[in-house]
Design a protein around this ligand. Structure first.
Ligand code: UT7
Length: 325
């Protein structure tokens, strides 16, 4: 069997829901600004659940939906920019929580494009015939890294996880993908690492482990690459926009998607949006959206879907999926 399909999806979000009004007590902001500038009304925030815990909960659901045993999972690829620890990988912790004893597990760091990168990496490894059933996870605990004094970032992000089980099949499932990076723009979004504080160096370097973002630069980048990526994926897969049932974009700002819809001349209804409820959950946003669409019974066998993501790096990517479940 040569093709790779999505055999099951699952999601997990913490139970604590934070509204825009809740932020007006913390920073100088209000519901009107946040809703009209971003499309966000609420987001879920961890009350101590780690990235690994949220990822494991989403994974259990995806495995159940795929109808396989956890012991059938032979590869775990976890995308996050907010791992539990520098080491071990969050994927290894997930492997332990869910009991996926037969898997090889590792993390990838591509921020909000991470799930798209993960699908591409997993599909390539599965095509090498080493692996048969892969868990691809996007999971984030962004609230750990917020600067609660910075109103331009702290209102944007939410926590959660989404997962997909990839299986081998005779049917066509995951089509061609594109994954790209523009490293010269690395400083547009950062969460710095640890301080340099060794007895063997003269000067201490203090690092800020809070998320910082040049929102305007990222906005410009996102609007240009979404249109470009979608057109490239259509061409690669010999499709036109009329063939596509849904475009599932990374949920960063509804105005970015409205711009892309206008440029592509497609109705907003073709884009699946849930930013209003979840905010921006980085690598988790696309698999959470897919899982929610599946739960709502929006996805039908044979549906043609484009996933498109962009974020820190700067990175971006897109994938075509023929929905098979
Ligand atoms: O997932 C990773 C990818 N990230 C993205 O795609 C994010 C892309 N960028 C964006 O979504 C937008 O740039 C933001 C939502 C981050 C910012 O929206 P904007 O419309 O670009 O606002 P701005 O940064 O140009 O700021 C406009 C004004 C400023 O005030 P002044 O200088 O005009 O007086 C800000 O200080 O809005 C102010 N502002 C706020 N006001 C109330 C910024 N944040 C807030 C806030 N509440 N939360």
């Amino acid at each position: 069997m040569k093709e790779v399909i999505i055999g099951g999806v699952g999601k997990y979000t913490p139970s604590k829901k934070i509204t825009n009004d809740d932020f007006s007590h913390i920073v100088d902001t209000n519901d009107e600004w946040i809703s009209s500038r971003t499309g966000i009304k609420s987001r879920y925030m961890s009350s101590g659940e780690d990235t690994s815990y949220m990822a494991a909960m989403a994974s259990k659901k995806a495995i159940e939906e795929a109808g396989i045993s956890v012991l059938d999972i032979d590869l775990i690829v976890l995308a996050t920019c907010t791992p539990d620890m520098f080491t071990p990988s969050t994927a290894c912790i997930v492997q332990s929580i869910i009991g996926a004893k037969n898997a090889v597990a590792f993390d990838i760091s591509a921020a909000c494009s991470g799930f798209i990168y993960g699908l591409d990496i997993a599909k390539s490894l599965m095509n090498s015939n080493k692996y048969n059933n892969t868990l691809v996870i996007g999971a984030e605990n962004l609230s750990k890294f917020m600067d609660w004094k910075d109103r331009s970032t702290c209102i944007l992000f939410g926590d959660g996880a989404g997962a997909a089980v990839l299986c081998k099949s005779k049917e066509a499932g995951i089509g061609s993908s594109l994954c790209k990076s523009e490293g010269e723009k690395w400083d547009c979004i950062t969460i710095e690492g640890s301080d340099v504080d060794s007895p063997f160096v003269e000067k201490k370097t203090l690092r800020d482990s809070k998320l910082k973002m040049n929102g305007n630069e990222v906005f410009k980048f996102a609007t240009s690459i979404i249109v470009k990526s979608i057109n490239e994926i259509l061409e690669d897969n010999n499709l036109t926009l009329d063939d596509i049932d849904y475009i599932v974009p990374h949920q960063a700002n509804i105005r970015i998607i409205e711009y892309a819809a206008r440029k592509l001349k497609v109705p907003m209804s073709k884009f699946y949006m849930n930013i209003e409820e979840y905010g921006n959950t980085s690598a988790a946003s696309i698999p959470i959206a897919l899982s929610e669409m599946y739960e709502k019974d929006l996805l039908k066998k044979g549906n043609k879907i484009i996933l498109v993501g962009f974020g820190a790096g700067l990175t971006y990517g897109a994938t075509f999926i023929n929905w098979t479940i």
